[in-house]
Design a protein around this ligand. Structure first.
Ligand code: 3AM
Length: 188
C-alpha cells in the first residue's frame, strides 16, 4: 500500500481553502476532506512495514503545532502539476517533521532526502502547459493568509490511486500533546 504521514486540517481551514479553490482558473480542486500537509511520503510498503512504521510513529512525543498559511504557488515548471497554499515555517513543525522522518527511517523506510517545503495542495493539474491566467492567479493571491490555527494530531494515511484522483484514508492518528522543546516554547 502507498502511504504517507500528514497533518490533517481543522474544518475552518478547509472552509478558507475552499474559497481560494473557488477562484482558481484551472485544475481539479482537492476535495475538502483530502486537504492535508504532507510530513513524509513513504511510498509502497507491505503491511508488515506499515506496522513497523505505525509502532515508531506511536512513540513520537511532540507538541501541538500552530500553523499559518501564507501565499500560494504552484509546482512544476512549464508544465504545472499542482497549486498549493504555502505554510510559514516554524520550529514546532520542523521538529515534528524531523521526528516523523527519523521514525520512518527507524522502521526501514528509504525516505527521499528532499528539503521539506511545507504546503497544502489545493488543486492538481494535468501537466499541460501553464496557462497565463494560472500564473496571474498565483500573482494575485500572493497575500493570501490564514491562521494561526492549532493542529493537535497527525496521521498515517493511505493513498489509493484511481482514475478519479487519489482516495485517502486515515490508518491511524497520533496525538500531539507533548511539551514544547525549550527552543519552541513561547516567550513569557
Ligand atoms: O502534500 P501533497 O499533496 O503535495 O504529491 C503527493 C502528495 O503530496 C506526494 O505525497 C502526498 C500524498 O500522495 N507524493 C506522491 N508521490 C511522491 C513521491 N514519489 C510524493 N512525494 C515524494 N515522492
Amino acid at each position: 500500500m502507498r502511504l504517507f504521514v500528514a497533518l490533517t486540517l481543522p474544518w475552518e481551514v478547509e472552509d478558507a481553502l475552499s474559497h481560494l479553490q473557488a477562484s482558481l482558473p484551472a485544475g481539479h480542486p482537492v476535495p475538502a476532506e483530502n486537504l492535508h500537509l504532507t510530513l513524509a511520503f513513504l511510498g509502497e510498503l507491505t503491511s508488515r512495514e506499515a506496522e513497523d512504521v505505525h509502532d515508531q510513529l506511536a512513540g513520537i512525543r511532540a507538541a501541538p503545532v500552530a500553523l499559518t498559511l501564507a501565499g500560494v504557488d504552484r509546482f512544476g515548471d512549464a508544465r504545472a502539476r499542482s497549486v498549493h497554499a504555502g505554510v510559514e515555517g516554524n520550529a514546532a513543525l520542523s521538529h515534528l517533521q524531523e521526528k516523523v522522518a527519523r521514525a520512518a527511517r527507524m522502521a526501514g523506510v528509504d525516505l527521499a532526502r528532499r528539503r521539506f517545503k511545507p504546503h497544502v495542495t489545493i488543486a492538481r493539474l494535468s501537466g499541460k502547459r501553464v496557462e497565463p491566467r494560472l500564473d496571474r492567479w498565483v500573482a494575485e493571491h500572493g497575500l493570501f493568509r490564514f491562521g494561526p490555527f492549532w493542529v493537535e494530531d497527525f496521521a498515517l494515511m493511505r493513498s489509493d490511486l484511481g482514475g478519479g484522483g487519489p482516495v485517502y484514508s486515515d490508518l491511524a492518528t497520533y496525538p500531539l500533546d507533548g511539551e514544547a522543546a525549550p527552543a519552541e516554547a513561547p516567550l513569557r
